[in-house]
Design a protein around this ligand. Structure first.
Ligand code: DX5
Ligand code: ZN
Length: 220
């Protein structure tokens, strides 16, 4: 343990009029990944950005792009997001009928494959797919919007998934998304998370505050 926690700022909370600059600013401030929230107004009640925006942002940083797809179906868009420069692509099991096929396709495209758990999604969804997955993302809010309150009920799920990952003996990142703050981050780490997404808690205070905000989440 005691590995350095991966911090993945969600650009959902960035200034959308200056996204390239915002991506450069978080990378310079010590972010490990750029978390991109893709929403379609159908799977979740909000619309955000698509592959063209990922493509435009890609040259602004060298750190991995962690693309969280909240779209249904997801399969027709995997190739476009990979071509745009996504390094990790995560899907919700509820977004399509063939999770195994989707995960295989993501890896075939050369990206790391992630599965996202809504607050109501049971860990058993992943039980027969531990070999196909590189990242498990636990939502500690209902997906769709930033700035919501962390659901402590999800800590038990993080613990359960940590045990499943350890039993598999595989190198799978365990990421938490939603309401992550300097107060809730230690709870996530104690439950076994290795990566934390944060929008509000990274971008508040503007660019001068990003480095301190990221350090506070990492527990430095
Ligand atoms: C919500 C997104 C999150 C969100 C997190 O659907 O998946 O990544 O931006 O925002 P905060 O950190 O503000 O809860
Ligand atoms: Zn997200």
């Amino acid at each position: 343990m005691a590995e350095r926690t991966i911090i993945a700022p969600s650009i959902l909370s960035a200034d959308f009029a200056s996204l390239g600059q915002e991506v450069r600013a978080i990378a310079a401030a010590g972010a490990d990944w750029v978390h991109v929230d893709v929403m379609d107004g159908h799977f979740v009640p909000n619309i955000t950005i698509g592959p063209d925006v990922v493509k435009a942002l890609r040259p602004h940083a060298t750190i991995p792009f962690d693309v969280h797809l909240m779209i249904a179906p997801a399969d027709p868009y995997l190739e476009a997001f990979r071509a745009a420069g996504a390094d990790l692509i995560s899907v919700h099991p509820e977004a399509g009928p063939h999770l195994n096929r989707t995960l295989k396709r993501i890896r075939e495209l050369g990206a790391k494959a992630g599965v996202v758990f809504n607050p109501s999604t049971d860990p058993s969804v992943i039980e027969w797919m531990m070999d196909e997955v590189d990242l498990i993302l636990v939502m500690s809010i209902n997906p769709g919007f930033g700035g919501q309150k962390f659901m402590t009920s999800q800590l038990r799920k993080i613990e359960r998934l940590r045990a499943m990952i350890d039993a598999s003996g595989r190198q799978i990142e365990l990421e938490v998304d939603g309401g992550v703050t300097p107060e809730t981050a230690p709870l996530c780490r104690a439950a076994g998370a290795t990566a934390l997404v944060a929008g509000t808690a990274v971008f508040r205070g503007g660019p001068e505050a990003y480095a301190a905000n990221i350090a506070a989440l990492r527990g430095d």
